[in-house]
Ligand binder design. Structure first.
Ligand code: GLU
Ligand code: ZN
Length: 300
């Protein structure tokens, strides 16, 4: 009998955008990815998605990290800050540019709003040289369908040309796009499985295409349900989700474990975070995650 091929040790990550303090929805995603990595004897990393300096702040980043620590969620290696990776993103764009994969786009926003969600290709062949003034850079996507097998959501396929169009990899204001930054950093951190909210499921084909064109390894993908309010809206700071109370970590963990499909014993309520987490890791089974979780959110 052939021994099964060795699999790379699991490396997962939690990648919050520091646009505000951690709320229950992001604690949920953090805890699922933590339990998954720990129960597989893997490494758990934290990345701060702060490419967009206009929306993010170092104060929020510090606040998020402190909240994770207060909940016993300790990461294994140095925190990666996307704001410090501009050089890597720029080099990748140069590579794509040299292969003719990107083009400048000067379409005004209101024009694109009229044409709908799929970029109509207006600037694909418009410029021989970079135009003077501001412009975004878009990736020239091809006709091929991009598919992958999500561990929880099954087979996903997308025809980027028809369903998305040439997407932005660098904004007009010079800020690198999320898709570009995330694939480079997932590779940089040696992530073996990207586990994140299902709201990002349909951005995965774009990221897979970028991985292919940049010669980066493709991690596995696992998209988990997100917490929503009663109206089905994802919990977010914009939608009025309150920050988690850092002074009640045990209670928060106990509540979130219940939402994750675990039934923590009542004796754990009030136990130190480390003890609750040990229990969670020992009982963790990602297949028991409920498909949807509505939370009554309180607005101040
Ligand atoms: N920073 C993204 C967010 O907060 C997550 C990115 C990812 O997991 O790829 O929604
Ligand atoms: Zn354009």
């Amino acid at each position: 009998m052939n021994p099964s091929p060795p699999t790379a040790p699991y490396r997962g990550r939690f990648a919050p955008s520091p646009t505000g303090p951690l709320h229950l929805g992001s604690l949920y995603t953090a805890l699922v990815s933590y339990c998954e990595a720990r129960s597989r004897g893997g490494t758990w990393l934290v990345r701060i998605d702060d490419v967009d300096r206009l929306r993010c702040s170092p104060a929020h980043a510090g606040d998020i990290l402190r909240t994770l620590e207060r909940h016993g969620l300790y990461w294994d290696e140095a925190v990666l800050y996307q704001s410090q990776h501009d050089e890597i993103y720029r080099a990748a764009l140069e590579l794509l540019g040299a292969d003719g994969r990107v083009f400048p786009c000067t379409c005004p926003r209101r024009e694109l709003a009229v044409s709908g969600p799929v970029y109509p290709g207006t600037c694909r062949t418009r410029y021989r040289h970079p135009p003077p003034g501001g412009y975004a850079l878009r990736l020239r996507v091809n006709e091929a369908a991009v598919g992958f097998d999500d561990r929880l959501q099954g087979r996903i396929e997308q025809n980027l040309r028809c369903e998305v169009g040439d997407f932005i990899v660098r904004r007009r204001d010079g800020i690198h796009a999320y898709h570009l930054a995330t694939v480079l950093d997932d590779a940089e951190q040696g992530i073996t499985e990207v586990l994140r909210g299902i709201d990002l499921l349909d951005s995965t084909p774009r990221q897979i295409l970028l991985q292919e064109w940049l010669g980066l390894p493709r991690p596995d993908y696992c998209h988990i349900p997100v917490l929503t309010d009663r109206g089905g809206i994802k919990l977010s700071k914009q939608a009025g989700a309150l920050p988690v109370n850092r002074d009640a970590p045990s209670e928060n963990l106990w509540i979130v474990l219940g939402l994750m499909g675990l039934s923590p014993e009542s004796t754990l309520l009030g136990a130190p975070p480390e003890e609750i987490l040990d229990w969670a890791i020992a009982h963790w089974d990602i297949r028991r995650i409920p498909p949807e979780q509505h939370i009554e959110i309180m607005t101040p």
